[in-house]
Design a protein around this ligand. Sequence first.
Ligand code: ADP
Ligand code: MG
Ligand code: MG
Length: 210
Amino acid sequence: MGLTSEWARAWVIESVRVIAENRMELTALDRPIGDGDHGENMNRGFTAVMPKLDDLSDGTPADVFKLVAMTLISTVGGAAGPLYGTAYLKAAGAVAGRDELDGEAIVALYTAARDGIVLRGKAEVGEKTMIDAWTPAVDAATEAHAAGKTELAILLAAAEAAENGAVATEPLIARKGRASYLGERAIGHRDPGAQSSALLLRAAADVADG
Ligand code: ADP
Ligand code: MG
Ligand code: MG
């Protein structure tokens, strides 16, 4: 069974919930190596998505992601707003016109999201950014799909890889964003954007889990 717009909607609703639930933690991560606003930025953006999602009566998964993109671009601000906005916009483009997403489409969705973030922010793996969650997630999804896994297993593999990737940012020196001004003082702190990315990718799997 493929993933429908019901899944896309459920993912967004769960994203709103987990971002709200974790906003203090995300902001706390952003305090030592940033300006202490990542949780609030993300929460403002995702909260603004909810009423618009209610207005979108039907549509494809791409319509849902495009709505998220537009809302995040106009409400999140900072570095994360345009980065996540581009991610959702490119993700929408990758699955445009499809009513159901199979494993291949999920890989295309996540790959396009990651590529959008790279296009916008030019970060490479190991530079202590959200890319350190997204690229392992894309790799794990690609591998799971190649191994013939189910859609749920692909989403779960990506979520786990993103979580491990977020943890793995802790010993890194940042090369992009505000944390890059700190040099070695960024060592020992988890990147907030990698953490929020892991939360969003876990939410995608949780709602497919039923
Ligand atoms: P700001 O730094 O403007 O306050 P946020 O705190 O909302 O924005 O987001 C910070 C996060 O953005 C970082 O933790 C990092 O993951 C991500 N980030 C910053 N610059 C880049 C970049 N060039 N590429 C990818 N991600 C980035
Ligand atoms: Mg910040
Ligand atoms: Mg800021």
